[in-house]
Design a protein around this ligand. Structure first.
Ligand code: NAD
Ligand code: UDP
Ligand code: UDP
Length: 343
């Protein structure tokens, strides 16, 4: 085809309804599944702030209305109480798919539901993305590496996962979600992105979700002993939530499918984490050892070379800087709740 000015023009073939990607657009229509949860609600804040219209799809299993309540009067914000295991019809440009319980205590609570959320829920969101030609981002997890035999973990590592253990509903569920995502990409030409998120903390984490950062911070504030599981020498790498949200948005807007590790390479033993919490909240907080849970990964640390090179992303906030940023939020919710109960 020849354009009016005589310049040859490339034919752009897109499924009907698809918004031209790569163009500078204002006001995208974005779905955030799990948007009433910890990570999702921070992502929603950022998307609304840059002018997008956001639909949160959440069944409020582990999420809270309070996390998004401050957007109640915003005409560009909408929340639908919906379980992603059931199909849904929406017209959107981008889908950030976060819906899934993330803490071991929550995902082990009803393992079959966790698998269904990861498999059927992801299938439904991919079907939706295919129908409307939306770009789809899956929030996978460092748990796909299982108890890793490679350290630090690069995206090329295929993992060491127990398929029949108590964590498998989550690990294997997310691995299947990644498979589905790639099969829709290859088979239906869907634009997809995959993030493998490493342990993330910050304000709005569930206080009693059993994760180590929320446990230690809540315990220190309540003057209870910090519960260290096992010998406390297992390691994790902790990322502050704003760094993660930045990474997710860069990934969505960029040109690369991934998977990309999004995490902070600063690695800590659980005893070292306990020390940071003591230094931040209460130097007199005692430590109490408890038996560890089954299949607990011994170490975990992301290799983020790929994200640095291809997304131009790396975390900015160290654990020592980030931890104090969640303390006031926890204090307000823990002691606010007690005041409410006393009233
Ligand atoms: P979260 O539990 O705070 O948020 C998950 C949200 O999904 C909640 O609002 C919950 O109500 C919702 N949800 C759960 N099942 C649903 C269903 N069937 N239908 C609709 N909504 C449902 O957890 P988070 O830490 O914010 O995690 C968000 C995503 O990031 C999850 O997919 C998780 O696997 C992934 N991730 C998180 C971390 C982390 O450290 N926070 C690490 C790795 C991966
Ligand atoms: N789906 C959905 N919303 C849509 C389109 C599809 O929830 O807008 C669901 C649909 O119900 C199905 C899944 O996504 O269970 C996969 O859809 P797809 O069209 O890829 O597969 P098919 O329906 O042919 O099995
Ligand atoms: N852990 C701990 N004390 C707690 C909760 C967890 O020592 O009160 C340990 C747990 O055994 C694991 C690590 O902290 O080795 C991280 O656990 P978390 O549940 O936060 O996340 P995971 O990385 O295991 O999904």
């Amino acid at each position: 085809r020849v354009a009016a000015l005589g310049q040859p023009q490339q034919e752009v073939v897109r499924p009907p309804g698809r918004v031209p990607l790569g163009l500078k657009r204002k006001g995208l229509r974005v779905v955030v599944t799990g948007g009433a949860g910890f990570v999702g609600s921070h992502l929603v804040d950022r998307l609304l702030a840059r002018g997008d219209s956001v639909i949160v799809v959440d069944n409020l299993f582990t999420g809270r209305k309070e996390n998004v309540l401050h957007h109640g009067g915003n005409p560009r914000f909408e929340m639908i109480r919906h379980d992603v295991v059931e199909p849904i019809l929406l017209e959107v440009d981008q889908i950030y798919h976060l819906a899934c319980p993330a803490s071991p205590v929550h995902y082990k609570h009803n393992p079959v539901k966790t698998i269904k959320t990861n498999v059927v829920g992801t299938l439904n969101m991919l079907g939706l993305a295919k129908r409307v030609g939306a770009r789809f981002l899956l929030t996978s997890t460092s748990e796909v590496y299982g108890d890793p035999l490679q350290h630090p973990q690069a995206e090329t590592y295929w993992g060491n996962v127990n398929p029949i253990g108590v964590r498998s509903c989550y690990d294997e569920g997310k691995r299947t979600a990644e498979t589905l995502t790639m099969d829709y990409h290859r088979g239906a030409n869907l634009e997809v992105r995959i993030a493998r998120i490493f342990n993330t903390y910050g304000p709005r984490m569930c206080i009693d979700d059993g994760r180590v950062v929320s446990n230690f911070v809540a315990q220190a504030l309540r003057k209870e002993p910090l519960t260290v599981y096992g010998d406390g020498k297992q390691t994790r790498s902790f990322q502050y939530v704003s760094d993660l949200v930045e990474g997710l948005m860069k990934l969505m807007e960029g040109e690369h499918v991934g998977p990309f590790n999004l995490g902070n390479p600063g690695e800590f033993t659980m005893l070292e984490l306990a020390k940071v919490v003591q230094d931040t909240i209460d130097p007199n907080a005692r430590i109490e050892f408890r038996p560890n849970t089954a299949d607990d990964p011994h170490k975990r640390k992301p290799d983020i070379s790929r994200a640095k090179e291809l997304l131009g992303w790396e975390p900015k906030i160290s654990l020592k800087k980030g931890l104090p940023l969640m303390v006031q939020d926890f204090r307000d919710r823990i002691f606010g709740d007690q005041k409410d109960a006393a009233a």
